[in-house]
Design a protein around this ligand. Sequence first.
Ligand code: NAP
Ligand code: ZN
Length: 348
Amino acid sequence: MKAVHSYAAQAADQPLAPYSLDRREPGSNDVEIKILYCGVCHSDIHTARNEWGGTMYPVVPGHEIVGKVSRVGDQVTQFKVGDTVGVGCFVDSCGHCQNCDEDNEQYCENGNSQTYNSLLQDKKTITYGGYSSHIVVTEKFVLRVSDKLPLEKVAPLLCAGITTYSPLKHWNVKKGDKLAVVGLGGLGHMAVKIAASMGAEVTVLSRSKGKEKDAQQLGAHHFELTTDPENMKKLANSFNFIIDTVSAEHDYNEYLSLLKTNGVMVLLGVPPTPADVHAFNLIGGRRSLVGSLVGGIRETQEMLDYCAEHQITSDVEMISIDQINEAYERTLKGDVHYRFVIDMASLN
Ligand code: NAP
Ligand code: ZN
């Protein structure tokens, strides 16, 4: 065991604060990573505040991790000390179910081990995330990161990047498709960049008028305000795809009616409360309402390589770890442009 510096929430109504965390010594197949940067995902906030239920305190959030390999186990073959690497939303899975066999470890039938607030495959050991100086991960779940891009801007790709890349690939979004992104935050801004790079005609649907200019700079072709009912009516039957990244309760029916016939609305955001969907909004137009969870390890590596090739990174605002609680408040207000990233050097 090695005690490392971290930041943890001790209860749903407590701010995050310094916490001394015990990390395991690297086993034969483990890679120990000195964390340089960690992005701040809205899932960190949902979890720290127990908005989905099931948070095990103390919780150390963070699953957009980039760092350098600091130690390796004796059986590790893919990484060596000094390599630049990343860790995303999960750190292990059963490795033998159909989904694991098909490189979809995120849908592991026996339950994968998420990077924090989860159990390792022994089903006993609690996981702790990237708001910490080091993490130890079995090498199969470590990603290779190019040194060509600024690493603080790469960190958010490990969740926001793969979560938006995966459905765009799965539903084969291509040149000429009309695609809307609902909510311009961490996931939303990556959806805009990646969908535009694939040739889609991208519209941002936002409640924040102040984000219009940014939307265009990020690569969106159009910007529409969702708070104006007349505007929403005008957009009926406009899109082949809608990528919904909204973190709070909202009416899915309003957005389903914006889909063309055979259109697909992909839910990525996970509001804490369930929602009602009227069947008419699906059957009239043979529309689909679907969901998608991050992406598997193979696909995450593919996404990192794609982003390196296309020079796609996140727009980030760097913070020190002691600004984390303020960053949570600003994220909740929609005041994030477009991902907070913690400079982990501030932890020491
Ligand atoms: P974020 O940066 O906070 O962005 C969410 C955006 O949603 C906001 O910027 C805002 O955009 C919009 N929004 C927020 N509250 C709203 C409200 N009450 N009504 C309408 N719009 C609202 O969050 P994020 O990190 O992108 O995460 C978004 C969601 O995805 C979270 O629920 C997170 O847990 C989930 N998530 C899912 C996966 C997955 O695998 N499916 C992975 C990661 C995260 P505008 O100001 O433009 O309206
Ligand atoms: Zn995330």
